[in-house]
Ligand binder design. Sequence first.
Ligand code: GLN
Length: 202
Amino acid sequence: RPEIGVLALQGGVDEHLAALERSGADPRPVRRPEELAAVRGLVLPGGESTTAARLLDAFDLTAALQERLAGGMPAYGSCAGMILLASEVLGGGALRPLGALDVSVRRNAFGRQVDSFEADLEFAGDVVRAVFIRAPWVERVGAGVRVLATAPAGPQVADDVDRAGRIVAVQQGPVLATAFHPELVGGDELVHRHFVQIVRAR
Ligand code: GLN
């Protein structure tokens, strides 16, 4: 069982730990640089990306994390975690992202909290139940980035927002990101199993 960390500063930490456990990993919370050094991959959970970036600084993890990512450590970011991994953040906030994924993401792109929604969508050839909570979407993908999922058509979720076809899951090498939260849907470990495979293949 590969040791996979979950960044445990805020957000849905327990849900990711449980999903990783069910996906055949040996999950552990990561709050300190020594804990980061001891894992083979890292999940960055959802939450609030500006706060998460501040907490990374406060816990002395930013430089260590950037170093591990530059060294090819597999990482999976969901929602705010996707924003942290991106190379460019659109839509407000003074966040400087980690730049591990050559994508531009737009924060809160699907609308506000009240516009949160669930949908079944195709993820790398399978169907996954996805929960979107003030989710970002990907507006630009760089050359080495694979699109793994796009949002399905659905009821208009917010004024002027047409969600159909928006990019909501991407992978670049060992770095994976989803705009949605698969960890909030018990029993569906498609995305986590995909990530565990990335870590195993490394
Ligand atoms: N809207 C949040 C942000 O911009 C992300 C929301 C989430 O992680 N569910 O950071």
